[in-house]
Design a protein around this ligand. Structure first.
Ligand code: S3P
Length: 188
């Protein structure tokens, strides 16, 4: 109820805004982004999905046939395109904020509210262990121990970029509804 009322206020007071969801692989950016967009009546764009549609290939295929450097270049190009959309919730890929000048472009854009969905390493490992195969960066890791070590180091390197977001939301042990409510109450 509170969410509906606040989203109504939002539509009156704040006409132009883009909400960008940032976070490590498996942090629920797509699920939360989709739900958030429905609640506040914004469009929803998943950057990986946008790249796949425009390139006519899955992310795994792009990594395999063209390599990661190519992927990072087009990721930056498509990010710039979607950042121009108004009243849209955008879920980024886990690596998007960490390459090129992407995080700078996000933070310096006055229209953009960036939100870091922060999860603990054990939580991420639990989630990713079940869906490794579609993710080219971790699909080669055979054991849970290897995955834990990889996520720990990788998250440490990436946190520098993630923590530049306007808001950090801790997501461990929270439902999607609670997380979305927290975001809406903060933004509107
Ligand atoms: C990546 C995360 C993926 C996708 C690509 C690279 C990363 O997105 O963009 O596989 O570098 O963390 P998700 O975070 O949606 O899995």
């Amino acid at each position: 109820m509170a969410i509906k009322y606040l989203s109504y206020l939002k539509s009156i007071y704040r006409r132009f805004m883009t909400i960008v969801l940032i976070g490590y692989m498996g942090s629920g950016k797509s699920t939360i982004g989709h739900y958030l967009s429905k609640i506040i009546g914004f469009e929803y764009v998943d950057l990986d999905g946008y790249i796949q549609d425009n390139e006519g290939k899955s992310i795994s295929e792009i990594f395999k046939t063209k390599g990661e450097i190519y992927f990072r270049n087009i990721e930056t190009m498509y990010l710039k395109e979607v950042l121009n959309l108004d009243n849209t919730v955008i879920s980024l890929g886990g690596g998007t904020p960490c390459y090129g000048n992407n995080m700078e472009a996000i933070v310096n854009n006055k229209n953009v509210q960036s939100i870091y969905l922060k999860a603990s390493i054990p939580n991420l490992v639990e989630r990713l262990d079940k869906e490794k195969n579609d993710r080219p960066l971790i699909s080669h890791l055979d054991s849970k121990d290897d995955l834990t070590e990889f996520v720990g180091k990788h998250l440490f390197e990436r946190s520098f970029f993630y923590n530049q977001a306007n808001k950090v939301v801790l997501i461990d042990d929270k439902t999607v509804h609670t997380i979305v409510e927290e975001i809406v109450l903060d933004l509107f």
